[in-house]
Ligand binder design. Structure first.
Ligand code: ARG
Length: 410
């Protein structure tokens, strides 16, 4: 190692090995600059001389958490018509605050699935340049969607000619938007395959985009080396998207048995935001969510939780996706307790927010576990989250890329 390399060592009573689903006691992690160089126990790992040692005691070390469904440029207190008042520069600045809140909550990587004007690309670049603090970001730019669909904006009457930036109809039109999004910095593709809860005039159960359009979109994205995330609540939209080869389905509320079989067969990931329903139903009206959306949520949230349980039981690959932005950024971790309540073991919930997202993003060589050779993205919580998963709502230590960005332990 270079003479100038900075070596930092973390010790803690416990560490979670997400690759093997095991709890390790008397943990030691050695980091050199931004890389983990050794991870194991006090017996197996020698602490190098001249290293900065941080002794955490009654803490559990885990890989940095990963949320596969956020909207950092969205403000949870402004929904519906309130959202029309903020300019693109204004929502971008909101994103700065939300990026920091997300990182401080222990989420060192996020997939931002839908942002206006490539504000997500600007945020990512500002974070990577060190101008602001935030998680590693995989970004989609504007989500693709059909005219009048969930990823269009249907709030204003015809004479305003409002069309969202990702609207495209037809196989070649969707290919063109995929190419444009990549040109302006997207690293993942997001599209809407059914109606949604929060969009005006769309039906959650109804498919948007034909199989032919979905197939063209996925083919174009995969050809360029990007993965595809699909918003889909409705049964036929979920199944058509899986058949078209998408990498993950978001929400997955009205799933049926065949949808589960297809996901298992295709290796498709589900990202089910089962906490957000609580926020929408309790705070949504104040925040400007339309009554028609609240009515949709009353049906969807319950079905989604039942189907989450079925999908977990069947062994579908699950990733943690919260839809933060609909609810406050920084509260992402509240979903863990719901994932356990609806059928996961605490270990499975932690794996869904670490090693599985890393694999979905094809970043398993560098992210997702505390292993030698990977990026030093590590969080620490007081106590043992395998005994009480809600401890993940209070992350005390956050290390991103080898930098200690939060430490309440010392
Ligand atoms: N963005 C999603 C939509 O508008 C939020 C759905 C929230 N509800 C839920 N039960 N997950 O469709």
């Amino acid at each position: 190692s270079a003479a100038c390399a900075k070596t930092t060592v973390l010790t803690a009573d416990r560490m979670i090995d997400v690759e093997n689903g095991k709890l390790i006691t008397n943990a030691v992690v050695v980091m050199e600059d931004n890389t983990i160089v050794a991870a194991g126990t006090k017996r197996s790992v020698t602490i190098p001389a001249d290293s900065d040692v941080m002794e955490l005691g009654d803490y559990t070390l885990m890989p940095g958490l990963m949320d596969m469904h956020v909207h950092l440029t969205s403000d949870a207190t402004k929904h519906g018509y309130k959202r029309l008042a903020d300019s693109l520069p204004r929502v971008t600045l909101t994103g700065v605050k939300h990026a920091e809140a997300t990182l401080m909550a222990g989420f060192t990587t996020v997939r931002n699935v839908g942002a206006p004007g490539f504000a997500d690309v600007a945020l990512r670049d500002a974070i990577n340049d060190g101008d602001i603090q935030g998680p590693r970001m995989f970004v989609s730019g504007p989500s693709l969607g059909v005219t009048g669909g969930h990823c269009d904006n249907n709030l204003l009457p015809y004479e305003f000619h409002t069309v969202s930036e990702g609207v495209a109809d037809g196989p070649w039109a969707v290919r063109e938007i995929v190419r444009r999004n990549i040109k302006y910095g997207a690293t993942v593709i997001k599209f809407c395959g059914t109606g949604g809860v929060l969009s005006k005039g769309t039906k959650v159960g109804v498919q948007q985009y034909t199989f032919e359009e979905m197939q063209a979109l996925v083919d174009e994205a995969h050809m360029r080396g990007l993965t595809v995330a699909t918003h889909a609540h409705g049964t036929s939209g979920i199944k058509t998207a899986i058949k078209a080869g998408v990498d993950s389905v978001e929400h997955v509320s009205l799933l049926d048995e065949e949808g589960i079989e297809l996901a298992l067969e295709h290796g498709t990931y589900f990202s089910m935001d089962i906490y957000v329903t609580e926020y929408i139903l309790s705070e949504g009206e104040k925040a400007g969510i339309l009554e028609e959306s609240l009515a949709k949520e009353r049906i969807v949230g319950k079905r989604q939780r039942e189907n989450f349980q079925k999908a977990v039981k069947a062994g579908v690959k699950m990733v943690f996706g919260s839809d933060a932005g609909v609810y406050p950024h920084g509260d992402n971790g509240k979903q863990f307790a719901r994932m356990v309540r609806f059928g996961m073991t605490p270990m499975q919930a932690i794996q869904a927010a670490t090693i599985h997202p890393a694999t979905l993003l094809k970043q398993q060589e560098t992210l997702g576990s505390i292993s030698a050779g990977k990026k030093a993205d590590i969080v620490g919580v007081k106590g043992n989250p395998l005994d009480d998963i809600s401890l993940l709502e209070n992350v005390g230590l956050v290390v991103k890329d080898g930098h200690i960005v939060k430490s309440v332990a010392m």
